[in-house]
Design a protein around this ligand. Structure first.
Ligand code: PLP
Length: 420
């Protein structure tokens, strides 16, 4: 089964003449169309806004594109806040959803005027002490055993995130007593979830809870934020989450849970990463070696340092061998990188057409949690990131790392002087 590509073999051959493999290539046109679609789909819901999860694709060029599409940024660390700022995203366009947060990060978030999403009841006083309490505060809910989790994120009751239900009531009471005037409510209970019901249930849970807290504590919620976690069809036989169905059913929930209860409808926020850019990134790599021992191996010039999901979660990423799309997949290969870890495999027992050294392979759906999860273990260097623009032009949006980057935190002059 084939998955479509937004470029031709010829185009990729031209690109690799200037930009050597491996690299991640992002499709700007598709990302923009996707952003439009999300906005259009949720347009009927009060104040819908998407805060792109920066951790999925922390490249300021991408953030700038998404800002232009009307998205905010969801950040959870100081460098992510700085990236958002560099891309021109500031103030309440930033949602700061962190956990185990250092004081300096709260200070930067306050300086930027970001919406602060507290992960724990003890952080109310921590924030007050270290950065002062803003007018607007959001709290993150962990529903514990009342909700089932999924594979990547685990069971809510086992998850380190958020307030318990009791702590939420107490927390909002405390915030109100301390003079906080504006409130939001957040949760994130799924990751890479393809069952759309899950998101409707999450919205239902938040709307019901917001109504309960409003009544009991005497506050109004400006927004509910249902987190990210919408999955994408990594496998060719999977189908995308029906966003319009989610939007329709959440719209009905607003009627039953909020409007009929006489409450002011809170805005609906989301902080998805994967579903926005995931399907529109491609890791392009060249086959270096074929190896035939007990199994047949294809060795690429990319490794799990460029895409960790298969090694980390056993995740499926579709692979296309360029120029061989129409040949029968009558060979079975493990597709590997060069890292000295046996789980450095992009695919195990994958049926593919016969492969030769020099073939260019495209690994699909690397636009989220791909390059971003890169690391330097084993002296592996992170690849370049390229942007395929609407007019077919390709521009580098991050160069590849060099050994000098890898050594940047070492001082070789000190080393020369060092006597062990
Ligand atoms: C990772 C994360 C997201 C984005 O998750 P996706 O699966 O990419 O949609 C959003 N919010 C928080 C708090 C996260 O940790």
């Amino acid at each position: 089964m084939n998955k479509p590509l937004p470029f031709t073999f010829k185009q990729i051959r031209e690109i690799t003449r200037i930009h050597p493999t491996p690299f991640h290539l992002y499709d700007e046109k598709a990302i923009r169309e996707n952003a439009h679609l999300l906005k259009a789909t949720f347009a009927g819901i009060p104040g819908f806004k998407e805060f792109f999860a920066v951790k999925a694709l922390p490249n300021p060029f991408i953030l700038k594109i998404l800002k232009e599409e009307g998205f905010g940024a969801d950040c959870s660390s100081l460098p992510e806040l700085l990236l958002a700022e560099k891309a021109g995203i500031t103030g309440e366009e930033i949602m700061f959803s962190s956990n185990d947060t250092p004081a300096g990060e709260y200070q930067k978030a306050r300086e930027l005027g970001a919406i602060i999403n507290l992960d724990d009841i003890s952080h109310i006083e921590f924030l007050e002490q270290h950065a002062g309490l803003p007018d607007l505060v959001c709290c993150r809910y962990n529903p514990g055993n009342t909700r089932k989790g999924n594979f990547i994120i685990g069971q809510p009751a086992e998850a380190k995130y958020g307030f318990t239900r009791e702590q939420l009531f107490e927390g909002y009471r405390l915030l109100k007593a301390k003079g906080v005037k504006r409130f939001g409510l957040h949760t994130m209970v799924a990751s890479n979830e393809l069952d759309y019901h899950y998101f409707v249930e999450t919205a239902d849970m938040l709307l019901t809870l917001a109504a309960d807290i409003s009544r009991e504590v005497g506050i109004e919620f400006e927004f509910i934020n249902m987190g990210g976690g919408i999955g994408i069809p990594y496998k060719p036989e999977q189908t995308a989450v029906p966003l319009s169905q989610i939007a329709e059913e959440i719209h009905d929930l607003y009627e039953t849970r909020i409007v009929r209860g006489g409450l002011k409808p809170p805005r609906l926020y989301m902080e998805c990463g994967r579903v926005i850019t995931g399907p529109h990134g491609y890791l392009v790599s060249t086959v270096l070696h074929l190896k035939h021992i007990y199994k047949d191996y294809v060795g690429l010039d990319a490794s799990m340092a460029n895409l960790m999901r298969p090694a980390l979660y056993g995740a499926y990423h579709h692979i296309t061998v360029l120029g061989k799309e129409n040949r029968p997949a009558d060979h079975t290969y493990d597709v590997t990188g060069s890292l000295c870890e046996n789980n450095d495999k992009f695919a195990i027992d994958r049926p593919l057409p016969a492969i030769d050294p020099g073939d260019i392979v495209v690994i699909h759906d690397t636009g989220a949690h791909g390059h971003a999860m890169g690391f330097n273990y084993n002296g592996k260097l992170r690849s370049a990131e390229l942007l395929l623009r609407g007019n077919g032009e390709v521009i580098p949006i991050r160069r590849a790392e060099t050994p000098e980057d890898y050594f940047a935190t070492l001082d070789f002059e000190e080393l020369a002087k060092f006597k062990p």
